[in-house]
Design a protein around this ligand. Structure first.
Ligand code: KIV
Ligand code: ZN
Length: 522
């Protein structure tokens, strides 16, 4: 779809398999609601991701429904569902991907001695038979079946070759050899693919895939090394979110291949100018902030602060820039927004920033922008992004913050009078606490009784200046499942109330969809 694609059509195609909605979503606090998952999937589909792993259908009814709905909506990508090797899991996954134009069942089982004996309590022969049965069953639903050897990088080579051969013979069309625990190194991972491909007699009948976790910070380097070893599919996530230290980051892989085509001669179909938008959307819906110095999409990725660098940049951007901000969708600000800006300019600004809001969401966001512009001299792009992201995430919330008055200061007890709209019903409660934030949260607890525990409360300023908006993150946990809510406002206490309520809304949505306490894969 992109111009790069047509220019590189003589190069080997490497498929991008995005697992933000599965491996990414299952890390603590990154839970997304059904609507958020659809929004992320739509964006991934339109940016040219080849395969979207939409979820783990046997994990919960909520996961099943979102995989099925994403399968129904996808226009371009293959939609994959994850499944253990149990036949009931495979059947559930097969049903979930049925509506897809092109659907894939991705089944996995551990193959390392440690995992087989300690985690599964199975012998290698049982694991082998389970693989054959699962792949055979999966092929009765689709001819696109991926099989993964969980903990492949700690698996004995003889057994690996035997089981890979058996999986391909049973009908697997993609073989994924994950570095589940983020333990391997580039040389080792490359050699593993070279050896397996050379030793397995039917290896030419399947596409090999890399899947790397980032525990030692080598996930992207390892993924590219696996490709050098012959893999032609890379599994990755937007912003690198995922279990523990995360997965290989999609934007880093795509831009490494695009920028270093001289040594990475592969064709990738992802439209790079949509990377920044994807990063922002995933950060907003998961409430996982992107590290400032994160490659490609971090706030500082294209900022040049030191005098020497600025001097060079003024003469030629090539002195310190190996790729342009525009190539990843970071546009130079052309419209400066303030309290005199009208609706048309606001709509134009959102378009420039990559947002595509429906009429109702646009009206709500514009109202909040006007309110902000009245209180803040300069409204930066970051301010607009914070309030629009807030609007997108809270659009269908059952509980909303209506009003808040706080008494704070040296003479306690601090207190908060909070009014919430709960399913259209306005209720007010006054509470005290050990500080104003505690008082607000106590008021929320009184108005919406719940058993979730507070795991994290975090504040950061969206921009500089004392009139900057505060962006607050609140993580709540219930039944072993964590969700994060975010709120933005120039008043830190209002932002805190919004963030807590946003997290509660997410918990409520997940409860309703049977998500709490759901299963996880690695
Ligand atoms: O890390 C891993 O091994 C996985 C598999 C389920 C593919 O995520
Ligand atoms: Zn994984």
């Amino acid at each position: 779809m992109s111009t790069q694609t047509s220019q590189r059509s003589n190069k080997d195609k490497v498929l991008i398999f995005d697992t933000t909605l599965r491996d990414g979503e299952q890390c603590p606090g990154a839970t997304m609601t059904f609507d958020e998952k659809l929004e992320v999937a739509d964006l991934l589909d339109s940016m040219g991701v080849d395969i979207i792993e939409a979820g783990f259908p046997a994990a919960s009814d909520g996961d099943f429904e979102s995989v099925a709905e994403i399968a129904r909506r996808a226009k371009n990508a293959v939609i994959a569902g994850l499944s253990r090797t149990g036949l009931a899991d495979i059947d559930r996954c097969g049903e979930a991907i049925k509506p897809a134009r092109r659907g894939r069942i991705h089944t996995f089982i551990s193959t390392s001695p440690l995992h087989m004996s300690v985690k599964l309590g199975m012998t290698p022969e049982q694991v082998l038979q389970s693989t054959i049965d699962a792949v055979t069953r999966a092929r009765s639903y689709t001819d696109d079946v991926e099989w993964s050897a969980e903990d492949a990088t700690r698996t004995e080579m003889d057994f690996m070759c035997r089981i890979v051969e058996a999986a391909i013979k049973a009908g697997a069309t993609t073989i994924n050899l994950p570095d589940t625990v983020g333990y391997t190194t580039p040389q080792e991972y490359q050699a593993m693919f070279e050896t397996v491909r050379a030793r397995v007699p039917n290896s030419d009948k399947a596409i090999f895939s890399v899947h790397c976790h980032n525990d030692l910070g080598m996930a992207v380097a390892n993924s590219l090394a696996g490709v050098a070893g012959g893999a032609r599919q890379i599994e990755c996530t937007v912003n690198g979110i995922g279990e523990r230290a995360g997965n290989a980051s999609l934007e880093e892989i795509v831009m490494a291949v695009r920028t270093r085509g001289d040594v990475l001669p592969y064709e990738i179909g992802v439209e790079t100018t949509m990377l920044n938008r994807a990063s922002k959307l995933v950060a907003a819906v998961t409430s996982f902030p992107v590290q400032y110095n994160k490659a490609i999409v971090g706030r500082n990725a294209f900022a040049h602060e030191s005098g020497i660098h600025q001097h060079g940049m003024l003469k030629s951007a090539l002195t310190y820039e190996i790729m342009t901000p525009e190539s990843v969708g970071v546009s130079k600000t052309s419209l400066v927004m303030g309290k005199h800006s009208g609706r048309a300019a606001f709509r134009e600004k959102l378009k420039e920033m990559g947002y595509d809001l429906g009429e109702n969401a646009l009206n709500d966001a514009f109202r909040r922008f006007k309110d902000l512009a009245d209180r803040k001299k300069i409204v930066y792009d970051e301010d607009i992004a914070a309030l629009v992201d807030d609007e997108i995430v809270t659009a269908n919330d059952r509980v909303r913050v209506v009003a808040l008055t706080v008494i704070a200061g040296t003479n306690g007890p601090q207190s908060a009078a909070l009014t919430l709209d709960i399913d259209g019903d306005k209720r007010t409660h006054q509470a005290t606490g050990n500080g104003p934030v505690d008082a607000i949260f106590n008021a929320v607890r009184a108005l919406v009784p719940h058993s979730a525990t507070l795991e994290l409360y975090q504040v950061h300023a969206v921009t500089g200046g004392t009139d900057a908006q505060a962006e607050v993150s609140v993580r709540l946990s219930e039944d072993g499942r964590s969700v994060t809510g975010k709120g933005a406002d120039p008043d830190t206490l209002v932002a805190s109330a919004r963030a807590y309520v946003a997290a509660l809304n997410k918990l409520e949505i997940n409860r309703a969809r049977g998500k709490a306490g759901a299963l996880r894969a690695t």
